[in-house]
Design a protein around this ligand. Structure first.
Ligand SMILES: Cc1cc2nc3c(=O)[nH]c(=O)nc-3n(C[C@H](O)[C@H](O)[C@H](O)COP(=O)(O)OP(=O)(O)OC[C@H]3O[C@@H](n4cnc5c(N)ncnc54)[C@H](O)[C@@H]3O)c2cc1C
Length: 386
């Protein structure tokens, strides 16, 4: 193991969060990704997975040199958000200050590509198609064994291998998972009227529907719907689906035309009470799974990456990257943010999933109360922009 100076760090998982950590971290970093090398993106093709990125994410991606690599014409600014209840009258609105944005919508593959470029520029070595045989960590550091027999030693192992993290399991870090009764149905549409920077969300009896603006006259939807409804949506022919989505959103953007495949994603809450052991730590979805209703999963992951890189950079000359005391400082620093997001999204999912007769009235009254209380709106808007 190395002593003072740069430590050796192995990151398992080359998704957006693992790569962002590699770009941010000033140590000698090697990223091991199970998937194939990322192909050059077809300039025309649109990734069905889009992500709402917060101001905090934008700042971080700017610091690591990734934001500058994102094709600006493929980003959509969100300048206003509307949240609707299910009675047609209750609504909550947030607007960005003049000239600013509340969030940015980016395609997942272009985001990962930009971050990978930034990580390579910073000297990170990235291996793809890697097959992990085992991982182990302790006070003297970590060891990663690959199926081809290669052994890699590091001062610190970072598990960024997603919500089903193998690193988490192999290190014996307990996780409790709750499968939500909804599935996210995702699709893109061409709209008669351009979304013009407005993101909309409806808390409906048949699920939570989000319309996210894309550049021009297109939008992406995420409909977190109960299994039966999700099955029905996914089986509709394109015209019928477009009409169903149009009507669910009160035809706010006029007629719609399906412009992509229809994808489905299972939704889980994953709580990981301890994210570190001596020699290893988890970041991103490996450390926390959240419901996407607040569009915050990857934003939380980027803040993990930023905070861990900062904790490593500020360590005393006597500390090594895998020291448990240092990793626990990082863990404590992230805990409140992750707990708050999991609590709020889980409670909202529960409240809006209730089929009790009075539940609709309670949630609509809740939305109206927040909208008429300036302090509550300021709090929520500030959180959305972090
Ligand atoms: C429908 C939906 C909409 C969402 N919308 C938003 C949004 O608007 N905003 C937002 O912030 N978040 C959103 N999220 C959440 C977001 O997608 C995730 O939080 C984010 O992708 C997590 O990134 P990650 O890098 O931690 O994990 P992942 O993206 O899962 O990456 C993990 C990587 O590890 C690799 N890997 C796995 N196992 C191994 C192994 N054994 N060895 C090596 N490599 C391995 C995988 O191949 C992958 O590349 C949404 C999620 C869903 C389902």
């Amino acid at each position: 193991m190395s002593g003072a100076g740069k430590g050796r760090v192995v990151v398992v998982g080359g998704g957006a969060v693992g790569l962002a950590f590699a770009a941010a971290c000033g140590e000698e970093v090697r990223v091991l990704e199970a998937g194939p090398a990322r192909p050059a993106t077809d300039p025309e093709a649109v990734d069905i997975r889009v992500l709402a990125l917060s101001q905090g994410t934008r700042d971080f991606l700017g610091e690591i040199g990734a934001w500058q690599r994102m094709p600006a014409h493929r980003l959509a600014e969100v300048t206003r958000m509307e949240v609707h209840g299910d009675d047609g009258a209750s609504r909550l609105e947030f607007a960005a200050p003049a000239g600013g944005a509340l969030a940015w919508i980016a395609e997942g593959n272009r985001l990962a590509r930009a971050i990978e470029g930034a990580a390579r520029d910073k000297g990170a070595s990235i291996s793809t198609g890697v097959r992990l045989a085992s991982v182990a960590a302790g006070e003297r550091g970590a060891r990663v064994r690959l199926e081809d027999g290669t052994d890699l030693e590091a001062d610190l192992l970072v598990g960024a291998d997603g919500v089903d993290s193998r690193v988490r399991r192999d290190l014996g870090l307990a996780a409790s998972a709750k499968r939500y009764p909804e599935t996210a149905v995702v699709a893109h549409f061409r709209c008669e009227k351009a979304p013009a920077g407005v993101a909309r969300q409806w808390f409906r009896p048949d699920g939570i529907l989000a319309w996210l603006p894309l550049p021009g006259s297109r939008m992406s939807i995420v409909w977190s719907a109960r299994e039966g409804v999700a099955d029905e949506l996914a089986s509709l022919e394109p015209g019928a689906l477009a009409r169903r989505v149009r009507d669910a959103g009160g035809a706010a953007l006029g007629d719609l035309e399906l412009d992509s495949e229809v994808a489905r994603f299972p939704l889980r809450l994953v709580r990981v009470p301890r994210i570190s052991v001596a020699g290893a730590v988890l970041v991103g979805d490996a450390a926390h799974g959240v419901h996407p209703l607040a569009g915050q999963g990857v934003n939380l992951g980027f803040q993990d990456a930023r905070a861990l890189a900062r904790t490593l950079a500020l360590r005393s000359p006597l500390e090594r990257p895998g020291d448990l005391a240092l990793l626990r400082r990082h863990e404590r620093a992230r805990r409140a943010d992750v707990d708050a997001m999991q609590f709020v999204t889980d409670r909202l999912e529960w409240l809006f999933g209730l089929a009790l007769p009075l539940a609709g009235a309670v949630r609509n009254a809740g939305l109206r109360a927040v909208d008429s209380a300036p302090w509550a709106k300021r709090f929520l808007a500030a959180h959305a922009m972090r």
